[in-house]
Design a protein around this ligand. Structure first.
Ligand SMILES: NC(=O)c1ccc[n+]([C@@H]2O[C@H](COP(=O)([O-])OP(=O)(O)OC[C@H]3O[C@@H](n4cnc5c(N)ncnc54)[C@H](OP(=O)(O)O)[C@@H]3O)[C@@H](O)[C@H]2O)c1
Length: 355
């Protein structure tokens, strides 16, 4: 049986986009085993230009072949629309947008436009970007359903550790009553360092040097990243139809040190907790500094570790912990989403052969 060729359009080719391309090569045996052959057909960026080939690009040469101005501050929707039209003309049936652009945390753009253009052009979407799911989940998932396409975003929260996939694929029919989690690595690392007496600025600088904190660390420290993740989780699990702007938000600063040290001295721990309870428009979604008892699973997280507790019926509370971060974990989230699409495409072709 010929392998299923899947044409990928990569929008964004930074840390995550590039690591995804090398991971695909590392995963070659796994891909071959299930008969899937991803082909990179197009790549576009903000400042480094674009490249397209319906027959596929040599992964090792993509960076050298990027030409032209790129999208700059504008949306890459025209590139996506054009690339997908060219793939349809070339009779390429399986088309996927891989969205890894930078997030504007106050609007969710440009990724929302990119997802829309892909769905309208007959592509499935996989993304590690929080913007679409945190700002526009309901609209985009409706558009995907109407178009008969998938909109998958495992990498938006806790890198490659399955959070959305875990619930969707392995917990059919459960009701979700709420969630709470430590979802931002930088703030957890800084809080852990503050407890041990390290100055705030030094701890933040260490996270920046390690490439974990954003270049503008206020996105992490002011709680924006956690608020975007809380909105994403609440949109998917609590049907909240909210945005990060509506999440009650607290961050950390040098002034937090005294609270963190005091809590530790009493055998407790101060954590930046993202949480959601309730359903729909009534859901209460927040990011707040919370003092936790030492035996709380969220209190045990040191350094960059993250965890989410999801409260379900009938399974009760389930905790997923991520002990190790790193780029290949986020790249793996995209890989896992791609495998989900491949499985669904396989099911679609079996359906067709039975008709
Ligand atoms: N890094 C992580 O560990 C991690 C973890 C989870 C989720 N994420 C999310 O994944 C996404 C990518 O992260 P990253 O670390 O790879 O960021 P990055 O290194 O800054 O790369 C972003 C890429 O997006 C491109 N871009 C920006 N605006 C664009 C536009 N309008 N059209 C086309 N391309 C555009 C940039 O182009 P230029 O190259 O020309 O600048 C760059 O290639 C972000 O949304 C981030 O929040 C990252």
């Amino acid at each position: 049986v010929a392998p299923l060729r899947i044409a990928l359009i990569l929008v964004g080719f930074g840390h995550v986009g590039r690591r995804f391309v090398t991971l695909l090569q590392e995963m070659q045996p796994a891909l071959a085993a299930i008969g899937v052959e991803p082909v990179i057909a197009g790549v576009t960026t903000a400042r480094h230009g674009s490249v397209f080939s319906a027959t596929g690009l040599d992964p090792a040469r993509i960076a050298d072949r990027l030409t032209g101005p790129g999208a700059g501050q504008a949306s890459s929707a025209p590139f996506i629309t054009d690339a997908l039209a060219r793939l349809r003309q070339a009779d390429v049936e399986a088309r996927v947008l891989v969205e890894t652009t930078t997030l504007d945390v106050r609007t969710g753009q440009p990724a929302i436009d990119h997802v829309r253009a892909a769905l309208a052009g007959g592509a499935d979407v996989i993304t590690a970007n929080k913007g679409p799911v945190a700002f526009a989940y309901r609209g985009l998932s409706d558009e995907a359903r109407r178009a008969g396409r998938a909109f998958l975003f495992e990498g938006a929260v806790m890198d490659g550790v399955p959070v959305f996939n875990l619930v969707r694929e392995t917990m059919p029919g459960v009701a979700i009553r709420g969630f709470r989690g430590v979802v931002n690595s930088t703030t957890n690392f800084v809080l852990t360092a503050l407890e041990q007496g390290e100055p705030f600025g030094d701890a933040v600088a260490r996270m920046q040097e390690a490439g974990v904190a954003e270049a503008d660390p206020s996105l992490d420290l002011d709680g924006w990243d956690a608020a975007a993740k809380a909105a994403a989780l609440a949109n998917v699990w609590l049907d909240a139809d909210t945005t990060p702007l509506a999440v009650a938000r607290e961050g950390i600063s040098a002034a937090t040190a005294a609270r963190a040290i005091d809590a530790r001295a009493r055998g407790r721990r101060l954590k930046l907790v993202a949480s959601g309870t309730g359903q729909g428009p009534e859901a209460d979604i927040r990011v707040a500094l919370v003092e936790l008892a030492s035996d709380d699973p969220l209190a045990m997280l040191d350094g960059q570790a993250n965890a989410i507790e999801v409260d379900t019926w009938p399974l009760g509370r389930i905790v997923v912990t991520q002990r190790d971060g790193g780029l290949e974990k986020t790249a793996y989230a995209l890989f896992a989403d791609l495998m989900t699409l491949a499985q669904r495409a396989g099911i679609r072709s079996i359906d067709r052969s039975l008709q």
